[in-house]
Design a protein. Structure first.
Length: 132
C-alpha cells in the first residue's frame, strides 16, 4: 500500500506553495540532548554518537550552544507522498540554480527546507516562480 499524498511530480510542482515558519533556526549537535533541548527542538536526527537538533536560535544561545548558521524554515505546502519521486531533486535544482543552499527534512505530509535566513525571500520567490 502506498503512503498517502501526491505522487505525480508535475502535479506537485503545479500546486507548490511555500510557507515560512516564524523564527530563525540553527542546527546543533549534542552527545546527549537534555529534556529542555528536546522540548525546544523542531526536528531531531540521531547520528551515531551525537544527536542533531534544529532549534530556534534563541534556544541554542540560552543553552550556551554555538550558532554556526542562521536558517529560515520553509515548508512546501503540497501534500507529497513519502514515496513520490523527483520533488526533492526538483526543488534542490531550483535553489541550486539560484545559488541558495538548502537542508531538507521530510515530514509525513510535507517537505521542509532550511535556507540561510538572509536568502529566505529569494528562495521563496525562486520556488514559487520556477515551480509554476
Amino acid at each position: 500500500m502506498a503512503a498517502p499524498g501526491e505522487m505525480d511530480l508535475q502535479t506537485m510542482l503545479d500546486s507548490l506553495d511555500v510557507e515560512r515558519r516564524p523564527g530563525i533556526f540553527t542546527f546543533v549537535a549534542v552527545e546527549v540532548p537534555t529534556p529542555g533541548l528536546l522540548a525546544a527542538a523542531h526536528a531531531m536526527v540521531e547520528e551515531g554518537t551525537s544527536t542533531t537538533l534544529v532549534l530556534p536560535v534563541e534556544s541554542a544561545r540560552r543553552a550556551g550552544l554555538p550558532v554556526v548558521v542562521e536558517m529560515a524554515w520553509l515548508s512546501l505546502t503540497v501534500n507529497s507522498s513519502l514515496e513520490a519521486v523527483g520533488l526533492t531533486a526538483a526543488f534542490s535544482k531550483i535553489l541550486g540554480d539560484a545559488d541558495i543552499s538548502c537542508n531538507v527534512l521530510a515530514g509525513y505530509h510535507h517537505d521542509h527546507i532550511l535556507v540561510p535566513v538572509d536568502r529566505a525571500t529569494d528562495a521563496i520567490a525562486a520556488l514559487t516562480q520556477k515551480a509554476a
